[in-house]
Design a protein around this ligand. Structure first.
Ligand SMILES: [Zn+2]
Length: 396
């Protein structure tokens, strides 16, 4: 037995790492058995990340690997090497696009899972990659090796259905049975297949990519049954195939433990983006598209106690992925004059209070009003702004 890993084959004309793996599985010599496909998301801030930053791996069972390696060599030269240097297209073109630099690795024994943990939590250099039995290509070997090294202690599943070559070549609009999609979405073991708020279909990518849909589920059975149910509808276009991947999506593997902080100040910037300065000098950022996270962040005040989690960006700020109010600082105000019902005013520092209407004086004092946070538990961005790796807060 051994493991094949693959990464960084995304490119403008519709290459896609999962499809490359699917194609390879169709063509592998038939004395080999291919099993346990996996889809692994890596460090979201990696500077050379591909679209979605996902790598794939698969287990290949056989007795003698000579012919397999010959096949892989040919397949690499014919199908993957030509993708090198193509520029991948991002939906959000706010960062420089790197030319794809595909990588493929073959391990007879998976490397230590430490390498996976490095690749999901920080930037990793190609010089850090453990040696494979055979390795092809460039930067993509990092993700390819991480996918093989993934220990899969926490996991979910994603069933991916690919479009036929015709549909891709002719750039036909995607057709998925929306009624069945709503049914599938209501299944307790599927998740994040549809954003009911905007009614957008999260499971179908945009652009000319061979993926028709990806359906996420907590169990293998649910991913398989529901994806086939969706694909077999007359209202869904023909698919070239479906494969259920075990994945690290929705595991929070990229995050450290939750942290606590006390708010020093809150600054609201362009488009409602919030900068929270904490008393420990940490700076937390809640971005415009983060929905409830942004709204809660805007509500915070000096001395509020919070818990949070997120990834540290290269500028040292933490990009919030979830936040919880533990304790709020009370608002204070001056009492009212009991006769006039007018708020008393201070006459100056260390001076008593005075009613602006009847001029009666009172000893200086404050009334404290407890602030109720607009959300009582953890809040998270809306589904369509969550990272693939982020675990829904409603899960145990
Ligand atoms: Zn008064």
């Amino acid at each position: 037995m051994g493991w094949l890993g693959l990464d960084d084959t995304d490119h403008l004309s519709g290459g896609c790492t999962t499809y490359a793996l699917f194609e390879m599985m169709q063509q592998v010599p038939n004395q080999y058995h291919v099993q346990s496909p996996r889809l692994v998301r890596l460090y979201p801030f990696a500077s050379r990340r591909t679209r979605g930053n996902a790598a794939v791996a698969v287990e290949i069972v056989g007795t003698d690997y000579t012919e397999l390696l010959t096949f892989l060599e040919g397949w690499w030269n014919e199908k993957l090497l030509p993708l090198k240097g193509q520029i991948s297209k991002s939906d959000k073109s706010d960062r420089p696009q790197y030319p794809s630099d595909p990588g493929m690795v073959w391990f007879e024994q998976p490397p230590s899972s430490d390498f996976y943990w490095d690749c999901v939590t920080r930037e990793v250099a190609i010089s850090e990659v453990p040696a494979a039995n055979k390795s092809w290509g460039g930067n993509g070997v990092i993700g390819a090796t991480a996918a093989v090294a993934w220990p899969a202690m926490k996991y979910t599943y994603e069933a991916i259905a690919w479009r036929t070559e015709d549909s891709v070549a002719m750039c036909r609009p995607r057709e998925v049975d929306l009624t069945r999609l709503a049914e599938v979405d209501g299944h307790p073991e599927t998740f994040m297949s549809r954003d009911l708020r905007t009614n957008s279909i999260l499971i179908s990518p945009r652009g000319n990519c061979p993926v028709l849909f990806g359906l996420r589920a907590k169990t293998y059975e649910s991913a398989k049954t529901n994806s086939h149910y969706l694909a077999e509808s007359k209202l869904t276009e023909a698919v070239a195939g479906i494969l259920v991947f075990k994945t690290n999506q929705a595991t929070d593997d990229h995050l450290p433990a939750d942290s606590q902080a006390v708010v020093q100040s809150v600054t609201i910037k362009r488009r409602g983006t919030v900068k929270i300065q904490c008393q420990c000098n940490t700076i937390l950022m809640a971005f415009a598209e983060s929905g409830d996270v942004k709204l809660l962040a805007q509500w915070l005040k000096l001395d509020d106690h919070i818990m949070y989690n997120g990834l540290k960006n290269s500028d040292g700020t933490i990009h919030l992925e979830k936040i919880l109010v533990i304790k709020t600082a009370a608002d204070r105000q001056r009492p009212r004059c009991q006769e006039c019902n007018v708020t008393l005013k201070s006459m100056g520092k260390n001076q008593p209070l005075r009613c602006p209407k009847c001029r009666k004086q009172f000893p200086a004092s404050w009334e404290f009003i407890q602030r109720e946070p607009p959300y009582s538990g953890w809040v998270q961005p809306p589904k369509d702004s969550m990272r693939h790796l982020a675990k829904p807060i409603t899960w145990p």
